[in-house]
Design a protein around this ligand. Structure first.
Ligand code: TEU
Ligand code: CA
Length: 556
């Protein structure tokens, strides 16, 4: 196993819009991140990943970029960015940026040119097609609801947008376009940033001829077999690597949906020179039915364990995964996989233990370290996310019932993760002195950073210990994983082994008490408890685990 700094790192994801506002306009900003760097340093993280901060009209909160070389007005200036980067580096941390190159904003200079005429030199930077029988060129559906094509009056053709109407897809077939993207990547790398998280990167190559989906079953994914992991995606990534990444000691993380471990491995196999690690979606799909994210189904721990283990075993010694259970696109992990009521603290610590003792690089999403939860706004008016609003409107059009839709939104909306960071129990949770762009979660009086820092037993300090544990036990990063009690529906348990270091991790995943009996094949002469979320007495061979109880032992 090759040693790399990014395998040993812990990443903290900042969603700048909701992190900290310094000028009272209700929107988080770069100066706000600078002010909170000591907090992140104290937590012990190594790398900060910023969601997009480039110039953008914010149809999708910065994932619709209108200028790759400039900063969004609300967030600050390039000078602020340079200062942020310097302050991050001063503290011995690193900074990675989001790289959104499947699409741009429709307000990007290239697209304005492209839509102006069929003969524009930029026409071919995007994907234009004439209609078919007065309709869209094919039956693909946008990931954000509705057709994936938008008719444009000016030239009488349609352009492809896999996401929102204001996010036209770039045409990766075009070598001039690719070259401009690589120049832009190098411009940021030359500034000294430490890597990228590549947005929706396995969508960039569309199948030749853009065929109709013969089996568009369900709405949401119609057409996806023609753009997920498309025919040239690996050529493009290898070219990108050669032209840009290969010249720097950086970290590259691909956001790659709709892949099995076998297909996922192709993106991160160390010999293939594409990306360093993958954000895959298999765990995010564990509680989704055939209708996708809005179709909620119960999940089983054995499936959850099998998914994690399969990725481990398939990528072993060849590739690397990002470990996460929430981010800016997902509900809060404690609400989804733990308990956001009585056992919020215990379950948050349990889930964190899994993420920080499995193999891969842990990604902490802002607020996770204090156990922030989902929100349930009564009114659709309080939601801001384009995906949520499009889906709601589409379903209402189809005659669905608003109460049912709101229930699903409470569980699944991306805005669950986007409510402002809860810094203290003062007005607006200390996020802003103005009116926040999205409402604060009303539970900020009980859940906030200020209180967490005062309580030695808080989730925050538990994260600190986990991060330290990882730094002092190389088996957590590089060791082998051996599953224990694989078929158990309540307990997730495994050992991590490297040389003569051996750790045992035991997690009760639910709120019922359950008996744990260590199988005889796990032999040991002695043991030491390294970390737990309850006071522990008694034997390790046999124990009654309390709700969400978690223990990490060293075996000798
Ligand atoms: O997400 C890509 C992606 O796969 C999404 O469709 C994801 O499945 C969805 O957001 C879940 O509800 C990335 C970004 O992370 C997301 O915030 C952007 O909106 C999207 O790309 C478009 O840039
Ligand atoms: Ca601001």
């Amino acid at each position: 196993m090759n040693k790399k700094w990014w395998k040993e790192a812990v990443v903290y994801q900042v969603y700048p819009r909701s992190f900290y506002d310094t000028n009272g306009d209700g929107i988080g900003d770069l100066r706000g991140i600078i002010q909170k760097l000591d907090y992140l340093k104290d937590l012990g993280v190594d790398v900060i990943w910023l969601n997009p901060v480039y110039k953008s009209p914010n149809a999708d909160n910065g994932y619709d970029i209108s200028d790759y070389y400039d900063i969004m007005d609300e967030f600050g200036t390039i000078a602020d960015f340079d200062e942020l980067l310097e302050e991050v580096h001063k503290r011995g941390m690193k900074l990675i940026m989001d790289l959104v190159v499947n699409h741009t904003s429709d307000e990007h200079r290239w697209f304005i040119e492209s839509r102006s005429s069929k003969h524009s030199p930029y026409r071919d930077y995007y994907i234009w097609r004439p209609g078919k029988d007065g309709r869209e060129p094919n039956n693909w559906v946008s990931i954000f609801s509705g057709p994936a094509w938008q008719y444009d009056e000016k030239t009488g053709e349609y352009y492809l947008h896999l996401f929102a109407v204001k996010q036209p897809d770039l045409n990766w077939e075009n070598p001039r376009m690719r070259k401009e993207i690589y120049e832009m990547i190098n411009w940021w790398l030359q500034k000294g940033i430490d890597g990228f998280r590549l947005d929706a990167i396995n969508l960039i190559s569309k199948a030749e001829g853009l065929p109709d989906d013969p089996d568009p079953h369900g709405q949401r994914w119609a057409g996806s077999k023609y753009y997920l992991n498309g025919p040239k995606v690996h050529d493009y990534l290898q070219e990108m690597y050669r032209e840009t990444f290969s010249k720097y000691d950086i970290m590259t993380v691909g956001e790659i949906s709709g892949v099995t471990p076998e297909i996922g491995r192709l993106y991160v196999d160390e010999g293939r020179k594409e990306l360093n690690m993958i954000i895959h979606f298999e765990l995010m799909d564990v509680d989704c039915g055939p209708g996708g994210k809005w179709d909620i189904v119960p999940w089983k721990l054995t499936d959850f364990k099998r998914i994690m283990y399969n990725w481990y075993i398939t990528l072993k010694d060849r590739g690397w995964v990002a470990l996460y259970l929430n981010n800016h696109d997902q509900p809060r992990m404690v609400s989804r996989f733990g308990d956001d009521g009585q056992y919020r603290v215990q379950s948050a610590k349990m889930l964190a233990t899994l993420l920080h003792t499995w193999q891969g690089t842990p990604f902490i999403y802002q607020g996770e370290e204090i156990g922030m939860t989902n929100v349930a706004f009564d009114s659709i008016q309080d939601y801001r996310d384009v995906e949520t609003l499009n889906w709601y409107n589409e379903m209402i059009k189809q005659g669905d019932n608003p109460e049912r839709l709101m229930k699903v939104i409470h569980a699944r909306s991306r805005d669950n993760a986007r409510t402002p960071m809860q810094w203290n129990s003062g007005p607006n949770a200390g996020f802003t002195t103005g009116t926040p762009w999205i409402k604060v979660n009303p539970n900020y009086k009980e859940i906030n950073v200020e209180d967490a820092l005062k309580d030695p037993d808080s989730i925050f300090y538990y994260y600190k210990k986990l991060i330290e544990l990882r730094k002092t036990h190389p088996s957590i990063v590089y060791g082998e994983i051996n599953m224990i009690l694989e078929d158990d529906e309540n307990i997730f348990a495994y050992t991590r082994v490297l040389g003569d270091e051996r750790l045992l991790v035991v997690l009760n995943f639910f709120e019922n008490e359950v008996e744990f009996v260590l199988p005889d094949e796990v032999e040991f002469k002695d043991y030491k408890l390294l970390l737990s979320n309850y006071p522990v007495e008694g034997d390790l061979k046999k124990a009654i685990l309390r709700p969400y109880e978690t223990r990490v032992y060293r075996l000798f």
